[in-house]
Design a protein around this ligand. Structure first.
Ligand code: ADP
Ligand code: MG
Length: 211
């Protein structure tokens, strides 16, 4: 499904501030695969996440989905940021999930159930009354209704307490799309990942079934 070949990325290329963030990444991601990406701060995890989400066209190599550049395929890959509030646009949960789509209330309710939120309880709640973990799941429901082929999570557990984190892991583990979680906090990785990648200085140094 997704193929990266020789992907490298240099920020501010051809300026005095040029900074290499990725080098020679070869990667294949199949339908419904569940990947975890680990690595130290600055190892290139977020840059890889942005390339996969089509938000950055890499400066070297090719990044494609079914042969088309990921950068031209926005919407087929969704990305979930740590600051979910920035991805929520409407005052209430139900309105936010349907935002920009000709969707019935029922379809939005299905998406809310997929992320573990009871529609009867949450549909009319105001976004600003929700906890951080609930906001993250509402943002995710807004992605799920668009049926992305891959959902990319960049540090999804940052700032969540234990119970909210476990809830989110369970939700990620049952999403119908392929998923890739970028996290330096991977103690519970075994619960959702069937493949673990490790980045070091922008290069893939490990691609294995487990840590
Ligand atoms: N917009 C940017 N401009 C210049 N350098 C950047 C930019 N974003 C990230 N970098 C640098 O690229 C490297 C990889 O960053 P990043 O992908 O954010 O790593 P990680 O998510 O693993 O911490 C780091 O050295 C970082 O400082
Ligand atoms: Mg990062």
């Amino acid at each position: 499904m997704i193929t990266l070949r020789g992907v490298g990325h240099v920020y501010s290329d051809e300026t005095p501030w040029a900074h290499r963030a990725l080098t020679g990444v070869d990667l294949d991601i199949g339908e419904r695969e569940r990947l975890l990406v680990v690595g130290k701060n600055g190892s290139g995890k977020s840059t890889l996440a942005w390339v996969l989400a089509g938000l950055i066209a890499p400066s070297e190599g090719t990044a494609t989905i079914d042969g088309s550049p990921l950068a031209d395929a926005r919407g087929t890959v969704a990305i979930s940021f740590q600051h979910a509030r920035l991805q929520l646009f409407r005052p209430t949960v139900g309105e936010d999930v349907r935002f920009g789509l000709p969707l019935s209330r029922d379809a939005a309710d299905v998406a809310l159930r997929t992320v573990g939120l009871d529609p009867e309880v949450f549909r009319d709640r105001r976004i600003d009354e929700l906890s951080g973990g609930e906001q993250r799941r509402v943002a995710l429901a807004g992605m799920v209704v668009r049926m992305p082929r891959l959902v990319v999570f960049d540090e999804p557990f940052a700032g969540l307490d234990g119970p909210s984190k476990r809830l989110l892991i369970n939700v990620i583990a049952t999403l119908p799309s392929a998923t890739i979680v970028v996290s330096h906090d991977y103690e519970d990785a075994g619960r959702f990942a069937d493949r673990v990648l490790e980045l070091h200085d922008g290069a893939l140094v490990r691609d294995a079934g487990t840590l």
